[in-house]
Design a protein around this ligand. Structure first.
Ligand code: SAM
Length: 346
C-alpha cells in the first residue's frame, strides 16, 4: 500500500536498569555520551531536535517524538516509520559499559493508522513480540504480551512487558509506588479548527523553537502544568512536539495536525492525588478529538481513579465506550479506556 500520510501513533519503550554501585545512581544512564545516543537513534532512524536537562533527568525532542533519560530508566517514544525496537541492543550495550544491567522492559503502542507502511520489526504485533523475545536478555524471565481490545476493532492497545525476578527500587519520587501511574493518551480526528494552530504560516521567519513556543502559548498547552519547564518545537510546514519537566516528572505532547490522519498524544507520569481532572480537561479542550484512548499503567488502580477520569472527560462531549483491564508480571496493571465524541456513532 502506498504511504498516504504520516503515522502519528507512537511506539513506546521503557527500560529499567540496576547496578550494584550506589554512585552509579547519581548520574547512571545520563553518563552515556551524546555520540552514543545519536548512534542509538541512527538504528531507530530518527534524530535529536533539542535537548535539555534538570537535576533529575534529560529530555530530548526527536525528529519523531521524544526520549527521556533518567539515571536508571530510559523512555523512548517514536512515531512515523521508525524502528524503535532496534534501540534495545545498543541501549543495553551502553548501559553495561557503565555498570548497569537491564531489569525490566515495557513496550506499548496503539493501533497504527497505516499498518502496512511499517517496516520490520513493526510489521505486526506478532513480529514485534518475536523480536522482543529474541532480543531481551534471559534474566528478564517474567514475560507477557497482550492486545487489549476496545469496542472498535481498529483501536487496540498492544502491551509487552518483561521483568527479572529481583525487584530493584530506584525511585526518587516522594509518592508511594502504588499512587504513581503512567498515562498515555492517544487522540485522532482532532477538531480541524484547533488542529490549524499546529500549522506554521508560510515564511513566518521563525525558528522551530520560537514557532513552537508560540504554539505552546496559543493553544493553552502551557496551562496543563504551569509549573513545568517546556521544551517545544514546531515542524515545517506543520507538526508540534514538546517535553515538559517538573522536578522528576515528565510530560510530553506530539501533534500531527494534517486533515485525514490527524493525531495527538499526551503522556505523563501522575499521582492519584495530583490534579488529574484539570490535566484531562485541558488536554481534551486543546484538541477536541473524535476518538480518544487513555491507557494507565500502575502497580494498582482504583475504581475511584477511573471514575475521576470519566467524570473529567464526559462533560466535554466524549463518552466512555469501553474499558479493558489486564495484569502483567511484577504486579503491573494496565487499564485501557476508549472514548468517542457523542456527536459520532461508535
Ligand atoms: C514529529 S511530529 C509529532 C509526532 C507524533 N507522534 C504525532 O503524530 O503526534 C509529526 C508531525 O510533524 C510533521 N513533520 C514535518 N517535518 C517533519 C520531520 N522532518 N520529521 C517528522 N515529522 C515532521 C509531520 O507531517 C507530522 O504532522
Amino acid at each position: 500500500m502506498a504511504v498516504s500520510g504520516f503515522e502519528g501513533f507512537e511506539k513506546r519503550l521503557e527500560l529499567h536498569f540496576f547496578g550494584d554501585d550506589p554512585i552509579i545512581f547519581q548520574l547512571g544512564l545520563r553518563k552515556i555520551v551524546f555520540e552514543s545516543i545519536q548512534q542509538v537513534l541512527e538504528a531507530v532512524q530518527c534524530t535529536v531536535v533539542s535537548a535539555v536537562g534538570n537535576s533529575y533527568f534529560d529530555a530530548y525532542v526527536l525528529s519523531e517524538s521524544s526520549l527521556f533519560v533518567y539515571p536508571t530508566k530510559i523512555i523512548i517514544k517514536t512515531c512515523g516509520t521508525t524502528q524503535l525496537l532496534k534501540s534495545i541492543l545498543p541501549l543495553i550495550h551502553y548501559a553495561n559499559q557503565i555498570g548497569l544491567t537491564l531489569c525490566s522492559c515495557r513496550y506499548t503502542r496503539g493501533s497504527f493508522i497505516f499498518p502496512k507502511a511499517q517496516p520490520f520489526p513493526h510489521t505486526s504485533f506478532n513480529d514485534e513480540v518475536t523480536f522482543l523475545e529474541d532480543t531481551i536478555p534471559s534474566n528478564l524471565c517474567h514475560r507477557k504480551a497482550s492486545i487489549m481490545p476496545s469496542k472498535s476493532s481498529s483501536h487496540s492497545w498492544h502491551v509487552f512487558t518483561a521483568h527479572s525476578s529481583i525487584t530493584h527500587q530506584n525511585h526518587s519520587h516522594n509518592h508511594s509506588d502504588s499512587d504513581i501511574f503512567t498515562m498515555e493518551i492517544c487522540m485522532t480526528e482532532l477538531d480541524p479548527i484547533l488542529a490549524r494552530k499546529f500549522f506554521r504560516r508560510p515564511g513566518d521567519g521563525k525558528t522551530g523553537d520560537s514557532a513552537g513556543k508560540e504554539m505552546t502559548e496559543l493553544t493553552g498547552i502551557n496551562e496543563i502544568n504551569p509549573n513545568a519547564f517546556i521544551c517545544d518545537f514546531a515542524f515545517d510546514p506543520c507538526g508540534y512536539s514538546m517535553n515538559g519537566m517538573d522536578n522528576d516528572w515528565y510530560s510530553t505532547i506530539h501533534v500531527t495536525p494534517e486533515d485525514g490522519f490527524s493525531y495527538a498524544s499526551f503522556e505523563c507520569v501522575g499521582s492519584v492525588n495530583d490534579n488529574i481532572v484539570h490535566v484531562l480537561r485541558k488536554v481534551v479542550q486543546i484538541f477536541r478529538p473524535g476518538t480518544m484512548s487513555i491507557s494507565t499503567s500502575s502497580s494498582d488502580y482504583s475504581n475511584e481513579m477511573l471514575k475521576k477520569m470519566v467524570n473529567a472527560v464526559e462533560p466535554l462531549g466524549l463518552k466512555c465506550r469501553s474499558r479493558a483491564v489486564d495484569r502483567f508480571p511484577a504486579s503491573e496493571t494496565v487499564v485501557f479506556q476508549t472514548f468517542t465524541a457523542r456527536r459520532r456513532s461508535v
